[in-house]
Design a protein around this ligand. Structure first.
Ligand code: FES
Length: 373
């Protein structure tokens, strides 16, 4: 419609068109007559008492099947435990747990539908739209409707159906309770990450080959993804990935005149080579990107940025503390080795706060402590 048309006064063109004030829409009058409801057809369960009883037994059966499903879920969880590193046990546990929970939920749904379609009052209802005000009269009417619904559905009268439904609904959350328990680690979470497999003299090796690294291999500007040399002796079924996730390290070399070692950390680096935990102190993503011009390590998850020339302090992003540093040196053959394990928990800062202070823990500078607070 043109601007001129919009500004012009509207005149009704035919009697079937309703015209509103300028700017409002034009609505065609309803061209159809309300056909009303089709004639009521009684169901088999309305006509034959024995079919009604059979439908009742079927509904009860579905609710009983649901109860069995809930119990089976718990049995499957206990009887088919997940063995760390064993993918077959994970598959079996998930398969049977899922099947049992699906059976429990599906049976409640089918039972409820069958109850509504075959046994609840079968007459057609027209519900007029009205304002949803909570007046006293409407509340009284609600109570009346609730009572009527109870009467017509037979919820109070058909005690066997009602009780089996209550039983089925009550048991359905039980598998969830058992599963939620599994969200927390079985052991102390802080203890689980407070120590890694790094120990004095353990060589730093390339990830994933496990080849030990000599200090002379690490040129300025290069970055190495590092694992403990002894990691290759651990099988995948013996916690290889768990140990790797704790001990993964990034190794870089910067000009020695650029390196600002934190008080108490003198001697933790070797000829400009520094090693930091690869696990971001925000929420634990692998810090995998190194920018050699700025000497910044970047976490790709939320862009936390750490300066390797200043004990990996946070220069940008949501991380709240520097990456834990691994003290390193070289052995008699020139290979890079760890001086000891990390002195603080690796990973998200939350765990560092819960950590009981290690007497050997090397404190960071006072300004940095203020930043943490
Ligand atoms: S996990 Fe690294 S910035 Fe969020």
């Amino acid at each position: 419609m043109s601007a001129e048309d919009q500004s012009a006064p509207h005149e009704p063109s035919t009697e079937s068109v309703v015209v509103y004030d300028r700017g409002a829409a034009i609505e065609q009058s309803d061209a159809f007559e309300n056909p009303g409801l089709p004639p009521h057809r009684p169901r088999q369960t309305d006509l034959h008492p024995h079919k009604e009883r059979r439908a009742e037994r079927q509904v009860v059966g579905w609710f009983l099947v649901s109860m069995i499903g809930s119990v089976l879920a718990i049995v499957a969880y206990i009887a088919l435990p997940i063995t760390p590193g064993d993918m077959a046990s994970v598959r079996m546990n998930n398969l049977f747990l899922g099947l049992a929970i699906a059976l429990a939920l599906l049976s409640i749904g089918i039972g409820g539908m069958h109850w509504a379609r075959q046994l609840m009052s079968g007459h057609e209802v027209v519900e007029e739209r009205h304002h949803t005000r909570g007046s006293v009269a409407s509340r009284e009417r609600s109570v009346e409707i609730f009572r009527l619904g109870d009467e017509e559905s037979g919820f109070s009268r058909r005690t066997l159906i009602r009780n089996t439904l209550i039983g089925a609904v009550a048991l359905v959350p039980l598998p969830a309770i058992v599963l939620f328990r599994d969200l927390a680690p079985a052991e102390d979470a802080v203890e689980a990450i407070a120590h890694t497999m790094w120990e004095p003299g353990m060589r730093l090796a390339l990830d994933p080959s496990g080849t030990p690294i000599k200090a002379t291999d690490v040129t300025i500007g290069s970055a190495f993804h590092v694992i403990p040399e002894d990691l290759k002796g651990i099988g995948h079924n013996e916690g290889y990935l768990d140990q790797k996730a704790l001990a993964a390290v990034l190794l870089v070399r910067v000009p020695t005149d650029r390196l600002k070692e934190a008080p108490g950390r003198e001697g933790w680096s070797y000829d400009g080579i520094v090693a930091y935990s690869k696990i971001c102190t925000h929420v634990g993503c692998p810090v995998a990107l190194y920018e050699q011009q700025t000497h910044h390590l970047l976490c790709p998850c939320h862009q936390s940025t750490f300066d390797v020339t200043e004990h990996a302090k946070v220069v940008f992003g949501p991380a709240k503390r520097p990456l834990p540093q691994l003290p390193i040196t070289v052995d008699s053959e020139g290979y890079l080795v760890a001086q000891r394990d990390f002195t603080e928990p690796i990973g998200a800062s939350f765990f560092e706060r819960l950590h009981h202070v290690d007497p050997e823990h090397v404190q960071v500078s006072a300004p940095e402590m203020e930043t943490r607070a």
